[in-house]
Design a binder for this molecule. Structure first.
Ligand SMILES: Nc1ncnc2c1ncn2[C@@H]1O[C@H](COP(=O)(O)OP(=O)(O)OP(=O)(O)O)[C@@H](O)[C@H]1O
Ligand SMILES: Nc1ncnc2c1ncn2[C@@H]1O[C@H](COP(=O)(O)OP(=O)(O)OP(=O)(O)O)[C@@H](O)[C@H]1O
Length: 560
């Protein structure tokens, strides 16, 4: 291991909180082989330290955090966490004990209750006392006491104003802060945080950094976090540990470790795509959401813009400003309350509010990566690719239309069903249920069949720095960054005319990110694809985009 000068202040060189010795972790794969995810000979973290974990996607950060949380078993070595020694043969009780002393905030996984925001925190507070996430009866003194404490935590994470909202309707960044409030409610000795900054706007990110710093300084919580964002390490870490293929290869002062890591970055590709005619138009779009209780959550007013073929357009705005909503309106997955959104594919303008064959044809040319995308857990990567190719292929759609006619499904209903194929499965299920249908209708209309994985698809995977070996893995056998890159691959491999990427950079380290942004710029240059990117990584969006649109207080502005 390369030791870099450490600047931990003397007063923090206190008692040991975590000690790792000769830790080895393998993941057996369904295919029969296995992956060595961690191989750490030695690592020690003191009580009260703030340690940042850095490393390329797949280097083992999440696995290490999960082991420290007591939810992941390992194969060799010893890990001592707050005085509790874990080995591969430790009894379950030991792992349970570790879980009582730690709290974790996982990447893109919110695990929230389908209840009011404040009740989510009340449950976490209840857990600290009784070890179960129970919601006490309202109108009891216990409920009131926990309510008051929960409101203080919500104030700390700047969500007091959303206390009475249902958790589902929070934006990505708001959910992230709610998760932080829930973890702090558990009053842990060690707080483990996996990629908290990626789905939040710079302002919320600064707030989260402040929350974590205060939890560390005022509550004495030892903080171990992973982040792909150099600025988060600079602002929050007292020490950075660099992982590479499961090994600790450097540990020490933030600037030094970052410099070592970033030296691997490839040069940026200069984009040179041809810009064509308009192919997206928003005409005086209005959209608002209300929730009961909670009131108005969004009011977009008089949104007007057009985008040309071949342009890369970034959409920026604070957390909760409506970026995801706009992207879904562009994709025809939400309809405006007033106004129109039109897209042009195959030289024809299609208004998403008119259901029918033309909109089906346009949908074939749309690629979308959702912010809260989740790959089906048990699916093999190869099968996910086959499905995505089929669902956008013209002959397959024409066959599906014929089957729909035989089943008495109208052209308009077929379009409504086909739109669901661009939504995450859980959401599609809910929407289909509202139409009186089940998800089986999609399987019936689009029967499974194996597609060949062409050289072109191999090139896409490799361009996104994904090894072809993942084709035979299951989606849950991928790291967070590998899953997002697969998500991008699935969105681009059908060569859409319009590609919408909602937070595609979140879980990716800067070195891999450069490869991904270069890949997208080359893809845009070669295919003339219109790319709409929503991301809180503002510098990168500005570097890639031809234009920037900003949403502020319900209005959309062109940045000059
Ligand atoms: N179906 C819905 N019902 C009620 N409110 C909603 C719904 N969908 C979104 N909202 C609200 O609209 C606002 C904007 O949400 P959106 O997800 O577009 O934000 P965002 O700008 O993408 O934020 P982030 O950067 O945090 O992801 C939020 O306050 C959210 O609570
Ligand atoms: N459940 C699993 N089954 C099989 N392999 C896994 C599993 N989870 C992770 N891996 C593999 O173990 C290695 C380490 O993964 P881990 O998620 O710890 O990486 P990471 O550094 O957190 O990556 P990222 O930055 O992409 O989130 C990767 O090669 C990954 O593919």
């Amino acid at each position: 291991m390369h030791r870099i000068r450490s600047t931990i202040p003397l007063d923090l060189r206190g008692e040991r909180m975590i000690k790792i010795e000769n830790l080895v972790k393998y993941f057996p794969l369904k295919s029969g082989s296995s992956i060595k995810a961690l191989d750490i000979s030695e690592l020690e973290i003191k009580k009260g330290e703030r340690v940042g974990l850095l490393g390329k996607s797949g280097s083992g950060k999440t696995t290490l955090l999960r082991i420290l949380r007591g939810v992941e078993h390992f194969d060799e070595g010893k890990v001592i966490i707050d005085g509790i020694e874990l080995t591969p043969n430790s009894e379950r009780d030991k792992f349970r004990e570790v879980r009582k002393r730690t709290a974790i905030h996982l990447q893109r996984s919110f695990g929230l209750w389908s209840e009011k925001v404040v009740q989510n925190v009340i449950r976490a507070l209840y857990y600290t006392i009784w070890g179960d996430e129970v919601l006490p009866e309202e109108d009891t003194s216990l409920y009131e006491e926990l309510y008051e404490k929960a409101m203080k935590l919500l104030e700390l994470v700047d969500l007091k104003h959303k206390a009475e909202c249902w958790a589902e309707v929070l934006s990505g960044g708001e959910k992230q802060r709610l998760v932080l409030a829930r973890q702090l409610a558990k009053n842990p000795s060690i707080l483990l945080v996996d990629e908290f900054g990626t789905m939040t706007c710079p302002e919320t990110r600064r707030k989260c950094i402040e929350i974590l710093r205060r939890a560390n300084e005022e509550m004495g919580v030892t903080l171990v976090f992973s982040s792909h964002m150099p600025e988060i390490h600079k602002e929050l870490a007292k020490r950075v540990v660099l992982l590479d293929k499961g090994k600790v290869i450097a540990s020490g002062e933030t600037e030094d470790v970052l410099r070592k890591f970033l030296s691997e970055m490839e040069p940026s590709f200069s984009k040179r795509s041809k810009i064509g005619k308009d192919n997206v138009r928003a005409d005086r779009v209005y959209k608002s959401y209300y929730v009961i209780p909670g009131g108005k959550t969004l009011e977009l007013e008089d949104v007007v813009f057009s985008i040309k073929r071949g342009q890369i357009v970034g959409i920026l705005g604070r957390s909760g400003s409506g970026k995801t909503v706009i992207s879904r309106i562009i994709a025809g997955l939400e309809l405006p309350d007033k106004g129109k959104v039109l897209v042009r594919t195959d030289e024809k303008w299609v208004d998403w509010s008119t259901f029918g064959n033309e909109s089906v044809n346009a949908r074939r040319k749309i690629g979308i990566l959702h912010q809260e995308f989740a790959l089906p857990y048990w699916a093999k990567v190869r099968d996910l690719i086959s499905y995505r190719i089929r669902i956008k292929r013209e002959e397959v759609v024409r066959e599906a239309e014929k089957r729909a006619t035989e089943l008495g499904i109208s052209e308009k209903l077929f379009d409504a069903i086909y739109r669901m194929t661009d939504l995450p499965k859980e959401e599609a299920e809910i929407r289909l249920m509202r139409l009186g249908l089940s998800y089986n209708i999609i399987k019936e209309l689009f029967p499974e069949a194996e597609e060949s994985i062409t050289d072109e698809i191999h090139e896409i995977l490799e361009g996104l720095d994904l090894s072809l070996e993942i084709l035979d893995r299951y989606s849950h056998e991928l790291s967070g960054g590998e899953a997002v890159r697969l998500g991008i691959a699935l969105a681009v491999m059908t060569k859409p005319d319009i590609l919408i990427l909602d937070e595609p950079f979140g879980d990716i380290d800067p070195v891999t990110l450069r490869k991904v942004s270069n890949f997208l710029k080359k893809f845009n240059s070669i295919n003339g694809t219109t790319i709409i990117i929503i991301s809180h990584q503002h510098d990168l969006v500005r570097e890639m985009a031809d234009r920037i649109l900003v949403i502020k207080e319900g209005k959309l502005y062109e940045e000059s």
